[in-house]
Every structure is written in C-alpha cells, then in structure tokens.
Design a binder for this molecule. Structure first.
Ligand code: ADP
Ligand code: MG
Length: 309
C-alpha cells in the first residue's frame, strides 16, 4: 500500500508553520537581537523607571528627568514602553506628531521635542489619542525588540524607559533585552498600597539582578497656603523601601497642581515654576540621579551586557 503523500513536505507535524518558516522567523529574531545589542552598546546610560503601581507619577518623572537632563546638555532618548497608556508624547510636548519617520536603511528616526529629547512611542503611531492598543504579551515583546533594534538614537548618552504598571511582559522584556541596563529607578507614593506594590517592583529588580539606582517619593505632602504641611497620602513609605532594599532615597516631591497642569501641557514644570518647592526638590533629584548613574561609568551590568539577551 502506498504511503499517503504529504502535501507540504516542509510542514511541522501537527500542521501550522513549516520548519522553514519557523527557522526564518528565528533567524529574524536573532538578527534583531544582534541589532539591539549593537545599538544599546552605543548608549552609556540606560535607565528604566519602574513602580509596578499606576498613577504614582512614573511618566511625570520620566518626562521631567529627560527634559532636566537635556537642559544640563545631555543627549537624551526616551523609549515609551507603556503601549496601552502611552503618555510620553503628551508629557514631552509631542502629541501633535503623527507617525515616525524611517530612513532608507530601515532605521526609525525618533521625534524630537523643543528641548532636544528624542522620543519613540507607540502613541506617536496611533490614528488618534483615544485609539486603544490591543496586544497580547508576545506582540509587546516583539514590538519592544523591533523598536529597540531599528531606532537610531542619534548619539544619545541617556536612554530613559517609561514602563507601564506591573512586573510583567514589558518590564521583563526590557530587563532581558537591553544589554547593560544601568538600572531601575523606583517611583512610589507614600500610601500603604503603593508601598506594598513598589516593594514587589524592588524584589522583581533584585530577582533579575538589575541594580536599583534610587527611589523617588512623589506626592509626598502638600504645603498649605499658611505654610503648614499635610501628608495627604501618608508618610514614610520611600524611607522604608530605601532601608529594606538598600537603595538611595533621591528626594520627596510635594503635590503641586501646577505639576499636573504643566505635564498636561507638555512643558517642564521646573522651568515654568522654577521658584516652586517641587521644582527645587526635583532639580536636586535630577542632580543626584546623574551623579549616581554616571558613577557607574556606563559599564554597570555589563557582565550581562556582553551576552546575547
Ligand atoms: N507631585 C505631583 N503633584 C501633582 N500632580 C502630579 C504629581 N505627580 C504626578 N502628577 C500628576 O498625576 C497624574 C499621574 O501621573 P503619571 O506620571 O501619569 O503616573 P504613572 O505614569 O505612574 O501612571 C498625572 O496627571 C500627573 O501630571
Ligand atoms: Mg505612566
């Protein structure tokens, strides 16, 4: 009896993609990873802003730090890894940008704001600000790898990465894909609920062996017009996390409604309101941040950096 003929001799058992298709896809992934390693090696300082909790001010910290570093003369790139809630276009004053340019060689050109901060965000590629991104984990991992493989950061010294809440796909992919990630910057609010979740983020970083560069406490207090202080969200969370995880507390930023106004308008509040307490605290945080990051000499974590991700 003649054996049944396979219609597709290259097909994997059980149907689906052929071996050739799988092999080609794997080759493409490897090539992209090689490009990520190559491009990331050219950027000395790569920091992801992490909190695991939403609404604590990660994006405000990322955008403000980027603009503060730019005003110090640093060349700064921002990678917005919050695909479902990208806020970098708005906070960096780039929400009018529609689409990213690609060069003939296939490299992606970041959008640049008035302070010279370069941005890559899925938010720049959506048809409207309200359009949702409906992606599963695997697609987000691919998007992160491809955007990092093809973006030409044009001489950036710093790459700041704005992360979504959680310790899932995006955070893991960033930690595992970026060779020589200098570290995570933690952001918390003083509330108990934020403290608990941010401790998870700190433990996540330790498990992955990524350095914790510092912690910022945001919305720490409100100064009333009579000068008295109200601890609206509680007190002491960042100090506790700093002690427990042996990470420097970079500063405590007060609540100031002008921060919300400035971030919504895409302007740096520390330049708009330089005399405010929040601006003074923030600029001191930025100074400490640079000191800590640059003390790593752009080589931190390079043991992992020399490997394929
Ligand atoms: N210290 C602050 N005082 C007042 N508003 C703030 C402060 N920090 C952040 N905000 C505002 O709170 C909102 C949430 O901040 P955001 O950075 O989007 O949080 P996350 O990225 O952690 O979800 C934003 O509208 C932001 O402008
Ligand atoms: Mg955010």
């Amino acid at each position: 009896m003649a054996l049944p003929q396979r219609s597709n001799p290259g097909a994997a058992p059980g149907g689906g993609q052929s071996y050739r298709e799988i092999a080609e896809r794997m080759k493409k992934v490897q090539e992209e990873q090689r490009l990520v390693v190559e491009r990331m090696r050219r950027i000395p300082y790569k920091v992801a802003v992490l909190s695991a909790k939403g609404g604590v001010g990660k994006s405000f910290v990322t955008a403000s730090l980027a603009m503060a570093l730019a005003t110090m003369g640093k060349v700064v790139g921002v990678f917005d890894a919050d695909f479902h809630g990208p806020s970098m276009p708005l906070m960096l004053g780039l929400s009018q940008v529609k689409g990213l340019l690609a060069r003939d060689d296939g490299s992606i050109v970041p959008a640049v704001n008035v302070y010279g901060v370069r941005l890559v965000s899925v938010g720049l590629m959506l048809p409207s600000e309200e359009a949702p991104v409906i992606w599963r984990g695997a697609l987000k991992t691919t998007a992160i790898r491809q955007l990092l493989a093809y973006t030409d950061w044009e001489g950036a010294e710093y790459l700041l990465i704005d992360l979504p809440p959680g310790t899932g796909d995006e955070q893991l992919t960033i930690a595992q894909t970026i060779p020589g990630l200098t570290g995570f910057l933690l952001v918390t609010m003083p509330s108990e609920v934020s403290k608990i979740v941010v401790k998870k983020a700190a433990a996540f970083a330790q498990k992955l062996n990524v350095p914790l560069l510092g912690i910022i406490e945001n919305m720490s207090y409100f100064r009333c017009p009579d000068g008295s202080i109200q601890y609206i969200f509680g007190k002491g969370a960042a100090e506790e996390i700093a002690k427990e995880f042996n990470v420097p507390l970079l500063g405590q930023i007060p609540i100031d409604p002008r921060i919300r106004e400035a971030t919504d308008a895409g302007v740096p509040f520390f330049l708009e309101y330089p005399d405010s307490e929040a601006a003074k605290v923030f600029l001191e945080i930025a100074r400490k941040f640079v000191e800590i990051v640059e003390s790593k000499g752009g080589k931190s974590n390079n043991a992992r950096g020399s490997e394929q991700p």
